[in-house]
Design a protein around this ligand. Structure first.
Ligand code: F6P
Ligand code: MG
Length: 457
């Protein structure tokens, strides 16, 4: 193998790792402390156990801010969560290169450690209440609750589609056009992840990314677009394919993904769709299996979306949509699953080493990977030259027989597959807008890539 580029490191002032580790993580950990306080306030019986957890998060925060060294997990920790043994191996590997500390280590790996450590504090509690506790649930719910305008708009779009599909046989060409539209909906849903709230993005900005008008306006910001190749691969031969989605965030993004799922199933492009979730609270807003169930519950709850339910037609639109998702789920055409792999700190290049997961994914005709973190794991979070072809940056996955479609709004350093000169052009433009680092255009969530590999090259 030729020499690989370096990864993003937390002490590189030019990398988005730097503000993430120095500013955003403390905000996220303080938010977790506030959430535990709130939970204790609502359940006074949890005072003692809650204070224990709070104390652990506080000490961790201090340790992280003073650039402490990452420590291996103990045997006790591994008993509570066997996945942590993979983290110890990874730490051992990284330590061979240089001593890993919180503010100097590799961005991707250290951030994954952070979320596992946070989860561990809840698992260590003698109080059962905390074991399955999602410290980001309140934030997930509140933000989805405020997405009602975007939710209603998509319900209406879906209802029009459903009646069009029911009325007549839609030819393959029209299906292709619709496929692109619904992929677009799912793509821009990724602009709404909640970890961005810990930076300089406001809720208003996140909400404004949810409407159709905005999606149209942003089309020019899709800097790599392989959607036609993906459609060609998916639509060849008989339809009735299996599509897998490696999900990213709960809330509006999951809702947008479910709209895509309904389109795929209603149109018979797919006969089954598998949704892959995280097993622990992850990067603030990522989907766990219970978030799927909760989303269905919220969609059918008049108190959760009072404005939508106050209008008879709108209430019908959201109810129909809820019922369709629920029907597919019950019939087994929509499958919700999870795997420990998604919350390891591994690059996706190692998927083939996890035989059960690899075998499962090989059954798929299209694997859609949502979001920024999945893209970073696909490309190793390495600082590739931006003109590197996607198929080079994903290394052996390019001939793994896995057909991969990445839908990602850019929120980190790495980006590949760009035309010559585009990275530089956008950097100049971004700088001219008054931003100190022009190259940070890749971190704002305002640009996006749709990258495809058929897995056969
Ligand atoms: O914006 C930075 C960040 O927190 C990254 O650490 C991470 O890759 C990403 O956002 C999470 O975004 P997404 O939910 O799209 O994976
Ligand atoms: Mg996420």
């Amino acid at each position: 193998m030729t020499q690989l580029p370096k990864p993003s490191f937390n002490d590189d002032p030019k990398s988005f790792a730097f503000p993430s580790a120095h500013k955003r993580w403390p905000i996220i950990l303080k938010g977790a402390i506030d959430d535990v306080d709130q939970e204790v306030k609502e359940n006074p019986d949890l005072k003692k156990s809650g204070e224990e957890i709070r104390g652990k998060i506080e000490s961790f925060l201090q340790y992280l801010e003073s650039d402490g060294e990452l420590k291996p997990f103990t045997e006790e920790d591994i008993k509570l969560n066997p996945d942590l043994k993979y983290y110890n191996s990874s730490l051992e590997e990284m330590n061979k290169e240089k001593r890993v500390t919180w503010l100097t280590g590799r961005w991707l790996n250290t951030e994954c450690f952070l979320y596992q450590i946070l989860k561990l504090y809840f698992l260590q509690s003698s109080e059962k209440h905390w074991h399955q506790y999602d410290v980001f649930q309140r934030l997930k719910n509140d933000t989805f609750h405020q997405s009602d305008t975007g939710v209603l708009e998509l319900c209406k779009r879906y209802n029009i589609l459903a009646s069009q599909l029911a009325e007549k046989d839609v030819d393959l060409n029209s299906l292709g056009i619709l496929f692109k539209e619904f992929i677009d909906i799912s793509l821009w849903g990724n602009a709404t992840d909640l970890s961005l709230l810990a930076g300089n993005v406001t809720l208003e900005e996140i909400k404004s990314a949810q409407g159709e008008e905005n999606r149209k306006k942003n089309e020019k910001n899709i800097v790599v677009n392989n959607i036609s190749d993906a459609w060609r691969a998916l639509s060849s031969g008989n339809l009735g394919k299996r599509v897998d989605i490696i999900l990213d965030n709960a809330g509006f993004e999951l809702f947008a993904d479910l709209i895509l799922v309904l389109f795929l199933l209603d149109s018979n492009i797919a006969s089954e769709v598998h949704l892959h979730c995280k097993e622990i609270p992850w990067f603030v807003s990522d989907v766990m299996p219970k978030d799927f169930d909760l989303t269905l519950k919220m969609l059918s709850d008049q108190n959760f979306f009072p404005a939508i339910y106050s209008n008879k037609d709108d209430a019908k639109a959201i109810t129909d949509l809820h019922d369709s998702i629920s029907k597919y789920h019950k019939s087994g055409k929509l499958v919700v699953q999870s795997h420990k792999f998604w919350t390891l700190d591994h690059k996706f290049w190692s998927i083939p080493k996890f035989e059960d997961l690899y075998k499962e994914l090989l059954k798929s005709d299209l694997i859609i990977l949502k979001g920024d973190l999945n893209y970073r794991k696909l490309t190793g979070d390495l600082l590739w030259d931006p003109t590197t072809p996607f198929k080079v940056a994903i290394q052996d996955l390019a001939n793994s027989k896995l057909p991969l479609l990445s839908l990602r709004t850019c929120k980190a350093d790495v980006v590949v597959g760009l035309e010559n000169g585009l990275f530089e052009k956008l950097s100049e433009e971004y700088k001219a807008q008054g931003n100190e680092l022009g190259s940070y255009w890749t971190t704002t969530g305002k640009w996006a890539v749709i990258s495809f590999s058929d897995g056969k090259s």
